[in-house]
Write a protein that binds this ligand. Sequence first.
Ligand code: PBG
Length: 324
Amino acid sequence: MINRPRRLRRTAGIRALCRETRLSPSMLVCPVFIREGSNIIEDIASMPGQKRYSPDTFPRRLEEIASAGVASVLLFGIPEHKDERGSGAWNEKGAVQQALRRGKELFPELTLIGDVCLCEYTSHGHCGVLNGCSVDNDPTLELLAKTAVSQARAGADIVAPSDMMDGRVGAIRAALDQAGFDETIIFSYAAKYSSAFYGPFREAAGSVPSFGDRQSYQMSPGNVREAVKEVELDIAEGADMVIVKPGLPCLDIISAVKEVTSVPIGAYSVSGEYAMTKSAAANGWIDEDSVVGETALSLARAGADVIVSYFSLELARMIREGKL
Ligand code: PBG
C-alpha cells in the first residue's frame, strides 16, 4: 500500500516528531484570585484546587507558578466593600493593586496581567454603571480607564478589559497614553460570550448579578461573524492582543478570528470547563491529565497562541514530562 497514515503513528518518538501542534509553558497564563485582607489562603468551593489569596500571601502562589515554569499571571480582585460604581476597582490600595506591586517587586521577570472589569466591585454585580435597570455604556468607559491606569501604575504589564462595553479599548488606550503608560499592553476580551460556563467564577469572585443577566453586553453563543466584528473593532481601537472566551465551546470562533487578524490570540478555558473536568475526574469518569492536555491541544490547534487556564501548572508539568 502506498498510503499508510499509520506509519507516522507507530512509536511515541515518531508521533512526537510529526506532531502539528506543540505546546510550550511560555504560552500559558495562570489566573489568581486576590482578596482584600491579610494572611488569607482559602479554598474556592466551586473550583476545587483553586484558592483566594490576600496580597501578602500572593507571593507564595507566585513562587509555585514561577517554579512550575509558568511566566504569566492574570489577577482578579475581590474587594471587602462594593458600591454602585465599583469604586474599589481603581483604588490605589485595592487588593489587585497591592498584589501587583508586591508581585512586580518580588518577581520582576513574571508578566503580570490585570483583569479590568467592574462586576466584582459593583453592589449590583454588573460590569458597568446602571441607569435604571440597564447597564450604561459611556459613563462606564471612564471608570474602566481609571481602573486600567491604576493597575498599570501598580505594575501591570498588561491590562485585560473583560467588561464588553463598546469603545472601552479606545478609552483605555487614550487614558494609559495620557498617564505615560504607552508601553502597557491591552489584551482585550474581544469576543466574550454570555456563557453559563462562568458560573463557578461568579461564586469564586462574588460577582453574580443581583438582577438580570449579562446578555445585553456579552455576546450570543449563536454568533460567529459578530466575534470577528468585535475583534476588528478592538484592534482598530488599539488592542494589542485579543481573547476569545470561553475556550472549548469556541474553537470555531478562535479559528475564525485567526483567519482575519495577525495579533496574538488568547483562548480562555473558563471556570465551568475547570469545574466540569475536576468533578468528572473526582468521580473517576475521566482521566484528568489526559482531558486537560487534550483540551489545551485543541485550543492551540484551533489557533490560540496564548492559553489562559486554571490548569496552567498541570499543563506545564505535563509539557516538562514530555506527556504533551
Ligand atoms: C469579569 C470576568 C468574568 C470572567 C472573567 N472576567 C466573569 C463574568 O463575565 O461573569 C469569567 C472567568 C471564568 O469563568 O473563569 N467580567
